[in-house]
Structures are given as C-alpha cells and as structure tokens.
Design a protein around this ligand. Structure first.
Ligand code: GLV
Ligand code: GLV
Length: 324
C-alpha cells in the first residue's frame, strides 16, 4: 500500500499536481485556505508516513506523538523553520524538507518595497492624498531618507541578505555592512560587504535590514539596546520573523524618535491585533507576512515542498533538506 500523507493546507496547484500525478502517495488534504484547527490536525495525522505543512502549524512533541512512529518525513512549505521543534524531530529520526532559494528573489524584492515605502513614507503619503491632507506643495512635507550615499546594514547574511544588497546597490548605496555569528566572506564578497559587530551595525546603518533565521540566538536580538545605538535618522526593516524583535522596545524607539521608521513584514503574533500600538504609528509600515507572495514563488515553494516529500518517502536525498 502507498505511504499516507497529510497536507495541512490547500497549497498552490503546482505542488498538489505533483503529489496527485506521482501515484506514489495516498494523500489527504485540509482543503481550506485557513489553517487546520489544532484538534483536527492531531486527529488527521494519526499513522501518517509523511506530513506536508506550512508555517502556521506548530510541529512539536504533541503533534509528533499524535502522528506516531510511521512518520518519517516532514516537508514544510517555508524557508523558515522556527515552527518546528528540531530537537523532537531529530530524536524521532524524522527527515525535514524546506524551501530555501526558490523564494529569495520574491523576498528580496518585497524587502526593497517595504524599505522604500518606509523611508519615503508612501503609506502615509497616499493616506494624506486621499483624506484631504494634500493642501498644497510644501518644502519639507513628507520628507524621508534616501538610499543614495547611505550605509545599509544586514543582520544575518544569507542568500536573502545578498539578494537584497544586490537590488539596493543600483540605488547608489555607499557601503554595505553586515553581522552574523561569523564572517561569511564568500557571500559578502559578492556584494562588497564589510563584517562588523552588532554594535557597529546599529551605529553605522542608515538602513538596517534583518534577514536572519529566528533561533534561540536571534530571539529579540533587536531590542532596546540595539535601537538605542541606532541613529535617529535610521530605518529598521524586518522581513525575517517577528520574534527577532522585542516589539515593545521597537514601539518605544519609534514613538520617541529614537529611530526614524520601521517596515515590518512579520510580527508577534500573526496576525497582529488591529488594536496593537504599532498600528497607531505613522512611521511604522506593517505588512501581513507577504514577502514570498508572488504567484511564481508560492507555486515554486509548493512544488519544492511536494518533491521534497516524495523524495523523502522514497528514501532519497531531498532537493532541499534541513540537516540537523
Ligand atoms: C516565510 O516566511 C517562509 O519561511 O517561507
Ligand atoms: C534563507 O535562509 C536564505 O537566506 O535563503
């Protein structure tokens, strides 16, 4: 009999087509655009051999116990893996597929978009235009900050950070700097970026873009201490995970003018409640976690997640496997 697989969401068509046409799995789908309720999920995973999930599902001991010992392959349709209890997966010998690289272009593109929306105050500006604030042309009205001649800092230099820098360079950025657990000379040389301490990154950056994974080491790494070292003309951008930021400290930094603005594609929690204080700030642009949301990329992620799953179930190397 074919391996049984549970797919926790209506994933984009390319991945579903691959699963269907493979003839290699018997799969059940939570056929909805909304997350599967936890209790339902715990029921549905009983006895499965493989699981294809998205980032809204917590894959922890409770879930893995509910699935039972048949579960050998987990495939997440995401580059992030902070929703997975890696230790629990490792303990059970479950292999993990994920979707790096296919989303790099889309995420870098959106990061540039939210950066410019924040630095040039685009959301505020369209609101003013629509709601009668556009009285006349004024000399310093809605002024923002330029990328030209700026220093751009990247916190966590991976493929995405490099792709962001490549896109920003034509805006005449003067200098790229980055920090990470250790220097990454091969990646850095492609964008001529200098390795600095977190301290120096905060002090020197006119634009600080966070591109690291959320791990115990990076949890709330962007906090009061970091914001207090930044210039009051600096723009903070986060398209990685909300958990890397202490949001109370960010609110404080934005509302007191400690930093000039923030553009966030990710928050804690998601969705951010509509009455959250950050939504009251004109200098904070908040997007609902859409960095990889292009049709091309979401389909590529879906296809990669499906192929990782099938290969894993066949006992072959996955296309993109997270090695623990
Ligand atoms: C999106 O946030 C992802 O991890 O793919
Ligand atoms: C993921 O971590 C990436 O940088 O592509």
């Amino acid at each position: 009999t074919l391996p049984r697989v549970y797919v926790t969401r209506q994933i984009p068509p390319e991945g579903l087509k691959i699963l269907r046409e493979s003839g290699q799995v018997q799969f059940e789908l939570w056929d909805s655009d909304d997350p599967v309720p936890r209790q339902e999920l715990l029921q549905r995973v009983k006895g499965v051999d493989g699981l294809l999930c998205v980032l809204t599902e917590k894959i922890d001991a409770e879930l893995l116990d509910a699935a039972g010992p048949n579960l050998k392959v987990l495939s997440t349709m995401s580059v992030g893996f902070d929703h997975l209890s890696l230790e629990e997966l490792k303990k059970r010998g479950i292999r993990i597929g994920y979707t790096p690289e296919v989303l790099t272009d889309a995420v870098a593109e959106l990061t540039v978009a939210v950066l410019l929306a924040t630095s040039r105050r685009l959301i505020e500006a369209t609101d003013e235009a629509k709601t009668g604030g556009w009285g006349t042309w004024r000399t310093l009205w809605l002024c923002g900050y330029e990328l030209a001649n700026s220093t751009v800092g990247i916190l966590g230099l991976g493929r995405i950070g490099v792709a962001i820098a490549e896109r920003l360079a034509p805006f005449k950025v003067k200098k790229f700097i980055y920090t990470d657990m250790e220097p990454r000379p091969e990646l850095a040389s492609a964008i001529n970026a200098e390795y600095v301490s977190l301290d120096e990154l905060a002090k020197q950056s006119d634009f600080l873009a966070v591109c690291c994974a959320l791990t115990p080491e990076t949890k709330e790494i962007c906090n009061k201490e970091l914001f207090s070292k930044m210039k009051n003309t600096s723009i903070f951008i986060n398209t990685s995970r909300g958990g890397v930021v202490n949001q109370e400290d960010l609110y404080e930094a934005l509302s007191t003018g400690q930093i000039a603005g923030a553009g966030l594609d990710v928050t804690v929690p998601e969705p951010l409640p509509t009455n959250h204080p950050l939504f009251t700030l004109k200098n904070c642009v908040i997007l609902p976690h859409i960095a990889s949301a292009s049709y091309t990329t979401r389909n590529a992620m879906s296809a990669l997640a499906a192929n990782n799953l099938l290969r894993g179930l066949r006992g072959e190397p996955m296309i993109k496997e997270l090695k623990l």
